[in-house]
Design a protein. Structure first.
Length: 171
């Protein structure tokens, strides 16, 4: 997720579009069971958390069709040794391993909130949208923030920065 130096106006504009569309898409899924604990979607087995897949889908679905996907799945081999690409885990997101996302101290709507075991999207006013393993639905709540709406001590936030490398290839 590590950010680079100065980004082009193109990358900044791309990041703003993707972030706003991702947040809009995430809001449209509140109450949905699509990412619930027992949902089967071809990526995770029933009974596993899908918060990371929800965040990944929000950013990729919010992406204009002619742009690179913000979340490119990790090329790390699966534990089973199958050797296909897999989605980033909540822990990998927490440790800043997703390209083109930078760690930020002050979250704003559309940023990713992560604590190592769960991830969500900051929706504003001390709330996040995430796939809850407890309710089996997508929820908007105060997870990640204290009652005074400041970040919880173990919370990290990441902001999508856009991708200058892809844009330069297209020129």
């Amino acid at each position: 997720m590590g950010g680079r130096g100065s980004l082009s106006p193109w990358a900044k504009q791309h990041a703003e579009i993707v972030t706003q569309e991702a947040l809009s898409w995430a809001r449209s899924k509140i109450g949905s069971r699509s990412y619930g604990r027992w949902a089967w979607n071809g990526t995770f087995l029933p009974g596993t958390a899908k918060c990371n897949l929800f965040v990944e889908h929000a950013f990729n679905k919010g992406n204009p069709k002619d742009r690179p996907f913000p979340f490119t799945p990790s090329r790390t081999l699966l534990a089973s040794g199958i050797g296909r690409m897999r989605n980033y885990s909540a822990e990998e997101i927490y440790h800043g391993r997703v390209q083109n996302f930078k760690h930020v101290k002050k979250p704003k709507p559309g940023d990713i909130a992560a604590d190592g075991a769960h991830v969500g999207i900051v929706s504003g006013n001390g709330k996040t949208i995430s796939a809850s393993i407890f309710t089996g639905t997508v929820v908007e709540n105060g997870w990640g923030f204290r009652k005074n709406r400041s970040p919880a001590p173990n919370m990290r936030f990441f902001r999508y920065t856009g991708d200058d490398k892809w844009h330069q290839k297209k020129l």
